[in-house]
Design a protein around this ligand. Structure first.
Ligand SMILES: O=C(O)[C@H]1NCC[C@@H]1O
Length: 304
């Protein structure tokens, strides 16, 4: 039987979505390029709310089984509203939509350069990509020449400002009960928990952690946003100075990010700091995802 005789025509599918697949430190980055509803709204937060209310089925279809899995992660490209942004992104995971994602920013910087999504000409040896994430503008520098003419696509990004809310609770349950999370500009909620090997934190240059986020997803990478939180805490405790590099290793895959406190800032008159983080994203493929009419299970399910 020829291939064409068993393939269905596109008209017979309810949905067809195309993606580019990447990973950073082992953590998936499923970049959705077409076929997803275009989110309405001006700001990225508006667009998230629109998708959450009207099209959450598409998140489940692309993140959950049978096309994804419990620990899947994705990015939807959207039109930015920040004047400096080259691209806008919405992050997708097993439970919903996150405010920031460092591992995805690392892949997206490389992807934006390769796909020609920049507003300015590419510069060498590094080129700037401004990514509007839900939490704000994240500036990524992408290596387009490593000094030997090789375009590595390695990314160093500067996070939005971060600050310490409170420290030294004896359990995360106690913290959850007693700490009221709030942020002057963005939604605030408990997104993830990081378990660290504190024996390594005394600045011998590296440290291991495991991040669990959303609905108990386990990050395969050291977790970019978690790493920026860790550096913020280490700076607060005097364990790292401005510019002092530290290696953060995933306890799941052994993959690594390098990060350091870059600059002191303020958020609503509160002392804050920006963090720089370096990592590398890799391409793993391209996909065409489809949903056939009448396939109820194909709309998405999770196995824990
Ligand atoms: O790198 C990060 O920041 C993300 N990785 C999965 C969970 C976090 O959003």
């Amino acid at each position: 039987m020829s291939e064409t005789s068993v393939m269905k025509s596109q008209a017979e599918f309810d949905v067809i979505i195309t993606t580019t697949e990447m990973h950073t430190g082992g953590e998936p980055v499923r970049i959705i390029e077409s076929g997803y509803p275009v989110p309405q709204g001006t700001t990225i937060q508006d667009k998230i709310e629109y998708l959450r209310k009207n099209h959450d089925t598409f998140r489940k279809m692309t993140m959950w089984e049978p096309r994804g899995h419990f620990d899947m992660y994705g990015v939807l490209l959207v039109t930015p509203d920040h004047p400096e942004a080259d691209i806008g992104v919405i992050f997708l995971h097993n439970e919903g939509y996150s405010q920031m994602c460092g591992h995805a920013v690392v892949s997206m910087g490389r992807y934006a350069v390769d796909r020609g999504l920049l507003k300015r000409p590419i510069t060498s040896p590094r080129t700037r990509v401004n990514i509007q994430a839900p939490c704000g503008l994240v500036r990524a520098d992408v290596q387009v020449d490593n000094g030997q003419g090789v375009k590595t696509g390695r990314v160093c990004f500067e996070s939005v400002s971060s600050f310490v809310v409170t420290t030294d609770y004896v359990s995360t349950a106690e913290a959850k009960d007693k700490v009221k999370l709030s942020h002057p500009e963005n939604p605030a909620y408990l997104y993830g928990v990081i378990v660290i090997d504190s024996r390594e934190e005394k600045a011998d240059g590296h440290s291991t952690n495991v991040c669990v986020f959303a609905d108990s997803e386990t990050d395969r990478s050291p977790c970019g946003s978690g790493t920026t939180a860790r550096v913020t805490l280490m700076y607060h405790r005097g364990l790292l100075a401005l510019g002092e590099r530290h290696v953060f290793r995933s306890g799941v895959t052994g993959s690594e990010f390098v990060a350091w406190p870059e600059q002191e800032t303020e958020v609503a008159e509160q002392k804050a700091v920006t963090i720089k983080l370096e990592g590398q994203g890799y391409y793993t493929g391209r996909s065409t995802l489809s949903l056939e009419r009448g396939d109820i299970l194909g709309r998405g399910f999770l196995v824990r």
